[in-house]
Write a protein that binds this ligand. Structure first.
Ligand code: GLU
Length: 476
């Protein structure tokens, strides 16, 4: 989205990058090398559908190849354009560096309205798009590994991996050519929920630091905090679900395409999701007030605003009117560079996209490693871990009986302690560790270096520093 009087999405990302490099002392040549998008491939291909040939336009931008493969989702939307995929690819580069996944950044998109096509038609279109990218190594386990993004899901990833396998019949690592696949086709437990789960872990980590919470003018923990979510797609839905069901957050409003619903008592995310599925929008959801002005709801008083839809939704047109003291960027680029500045001046704390929504690519990394290892996480150690824990429990119970100590271990403790970690638990543990680690790196800069005024700038500095080191070791 390019807004009147505001830079394009890619320019907005570049402006944020420029703010950060100003405090880093890199050579101008290296700055430029890191900032630019290395390449962007555009393809126009035809598919015979409904008795006619339809031409589709798709992109795959590669922002930085300092680490390979490059990584990033494929988006299906009518708004897809080159500027957007280049901006998103740049964000992938910084995101991967920040959370230490060994990838460069990439992003793809297809200009299509998926709701206009039947499933079998979408499959043919996807396979054809994948074919165009595969034959140029723009989908390849060691060079470029896509994943789901807006408008795509496990289903599209399944078609893509199958297409790759058909074209590379002897590639033993074929499953690693794309992530976000269904579990039965080389996927990993917890990938679908991963971005939402990562957002939850990001927010929990923020609230573990009272000084950081105080910077947003808030206090206490997550329990009882009032949130507003924009977009109940995969990311918004899981974030809202976990925060309300597990952390006691009160969801005041949900903003969707057709408008917004509000309830001071808090909305039930599952019930709203079911309602949208049946009715195509939030309008009419029982027990809530409906407003046709969805974006207007962003300006409602709340503690945490969570834009989880599109880029550019918080811009110079509405930034001054926003009341939330804390914004958790679930979408990529929801705040324009101009709005970011206006919010900083107001003292709003923004937990930036490249950190907050990095759970998706983090779990994609685990999936890619699983595919290359050809074995699921926990398969070798799970029962051994259980056996060792059982040894300890047996010994404690024996001691208690022998010495007449009268200890009794609660059945709940025994059950939980004896159970070896399965793949989902390991994925969550790795994700939590990643989010906490990345936040701590950012906050050290935010607190220790006065010129690093906000978390976004800190995130860029951590990421760019790593990329710069990698380029330097390559001799650039
Ligand atoms: N599309 C997601 C993102 O924007 C995930 C990318 C990936 O897993 O490669 O981060």
């Amino acid at each position: 989205m390019s807004l009147a009087g505001e830079p394009s999405f890619r320019e907005s990302v570049d402006l944020m990058f420029n703010r950060a490099v100003r405090v880093m002392g890199l050579s101008p040549g290296l700055e430029e090398k890191i900032r630019v998008c290395n390449s962007c491939y555009t393809v126009r291909f035809g598919v015979r559908l409904r008795g006619d040939i339809h031409t589709f336009t798709g992109y795959r931008a590669v922002h930085s190849e300092h680490a390979e493969p490059v990584k990033g989702g494929i988006r299906y939307a009518m708004s897809v354009n080159q500027d957007e995929v280049e901006a998103l690819a740049a964000l992938m580069t910084y995101k991967c560096a920040l959370v230490e996944t060994p990838f460069g950044g990439s992003k793809g998109g297809l200009r299509i309205d998926p709701s206009k096509w039947e499933e079998d038609e979408l499959e043919r279109i996807t396979r054809r798009f994948a074919y165009e990218l595969i034959k140029r190594d723009l989908i390849n386990p060691s060079q470029n590994v896509p994943a789901p993004d807006m408008g795509t899901s496990e289903r599209e990833m399944a078609w893509i991996v199958d297409q790759y396998q058909r074209m590379n019949t002897t590639d033993i690592n074929a499953l690693a050519c794309v992530t976000g696949k269904p579990l039965h086709q080389g996927g990993i437990a917890g990938r679908v929920e991963a971005t939402g789960r990562g957002l939850q872990y990001a927010l929990r980590e923020f609230f573990r630091h009272p000084e950081d919470v105080a910077r947003a003018g808030l206090s206490g923990g997550l329990e009882g905090k009032r949130a507003i979510v924009q977009g109940l797609g995969n990311v918004g839905y899981h974030t809202a679900k976990f925060l309300t069901e597990e952390d006691g957050v009160r969801l005041l409003a949900i903003i969707e395409r057709d408008g917004a619903i509000f309830s001071a008592e808090g909305l039930d995310v599952e019930a709203v999701r079911d309602w949208i599925r049946l009715n195509g929008g939030v309008k009419g959801f029982p027990g809530a007030t409906f407003s046709a002005d969805g974006p207007g709801m962003l300006e409602t008083d709340c503690d945490i605003l969570i834009p989880a839809a599109m880029e550019g939704v918080i811009n110079l047109g509405n930034a001054a009117r926003l009341k939330a003291p804390l914004i958790l960027e679930a979408a990529n680029g929801p705040i324009t560079a101009g709005a970011d500045e206006a919010l900083r001046e107001k003292g709003v704390v923004v937990i930036p996209d490249m950190f907050a929504n990095a759970g998706g690519v983090t779990v994609s990394y685990f999936e890619w490693v699983k595919n290359l290892g050809h074995i699921g996480f926990g398969r070798m150690e799970r029962r051994q871990e259980e056996a060792r824990h059982k040894l300890l429990i047996d010994e404690l119970e024996r001691l208690s009986a022998d010495q007449d100590l009268g200890w009794t271990l609660s059945p709940r403790f025994k059950h939980r302690y004896l159970k070896g970690a399965d793949e989902l638990e390991l994925v969550r543990s790795g994700l939590d560790d990643t989010m906490r680690g990345a936040y701590q790196q950012m906050r050290v800069l935010w607190h220790d270096r006065p010129e690093i005024t906000d978390l976004r700038m800190a995130a860029y500095v951590v990421a760019i520093d790593r990329i710069a080191k990698s380029y330097k070791s390559k001799g650039l």
